[in-house]
Write a new protein. Sequence first.
Length: 336
Amino acid sequence: MYTQALNQKEAAAPATASEDAEAVARFEARVAAEDKIEPNDWMPEAYRRTLIRQISQHAHSEIIGMQPEGNWVTRAPSLRRKAALLAKVQDEGGHGLYLYAAAETLGVSREELSEQLLSGKAKYSSIFNYPTLTWADIGAIGWLVDGAAIMNQIPLCRTSYGPYARAMVRVCKEESFHQRQGYEIMLTLSRGTPEQKAMAQDALDRWWWPSLMMFGPPDGASQHTDTSMRWKIKRFTNDEIRQQFVDATVPQGHFLGLSFPDPALRLNEETGHWEFGVIDWSEFKAVLAGNGPCNRQRLRTRRQAHEGGAWVREAALAHAAKRRARKAAAPKLAAE
């Protein structure tokens, strides 16, 4: 998923006042009963902060995630591929919009969230700090990255916070299309010339391990999993979802005739699960810390886009102000 910020430490929340104990109990009971928590409902401050952190990082990831694929819109191998990729990039922008809107219901402004991203204070998914070197990388992103995202995001359709859950219904429908689109690209390359199949294999070699890192650190190192699961923000642990992804994806790769860059990968006949090797968590930590292949480039490009779009935001605000002024003046003119 695109919400690795759930695993970051934060300052401890102030102790809940004794007079709020009853409110906390009612909240916990509602969550346990699968009731949706809505923006005007009372909620613990820690729950609110956790959601803001998760939803905003998810939104930032969708916006930053437009860059590696946007890099190939003009270079896609056919007009059909260009149109499909452009539609996908537009979808990602829409996902960011839905998610920022959901975060705003928690009392944080979109301007504040954008500033956190631009300043480097807020994080986004580590996966988007890797370069797209060939057309096959676009297929690998759709198949692996969006496939991993779907594994995590489908349970979010049942998350306890209503606006987030409802936004994820549409997001998941569109991500499912993106995953199929990516797999179709990989299938076409795998059945093409030897050079095309080699390109697909190279993309799988480079994107496999970063895709497994998307689910966050192992359960023993995750900072917030227990609380997030009790509040039903998360439904499964990092390792559970990662295993589901591996079990679903490995047979797909074998159908393509491709091999995985993991000599330890093997099917456990007793459990039915694909066992995989040790993930290089030092690489994961380095990328999250800002030292990935494209970290600086991604933020630089995002800042340039934000600055270049200032006139659009100013024009929209001016137009909104004029509409409000006309609406306010309408009763006065009618009275005259």
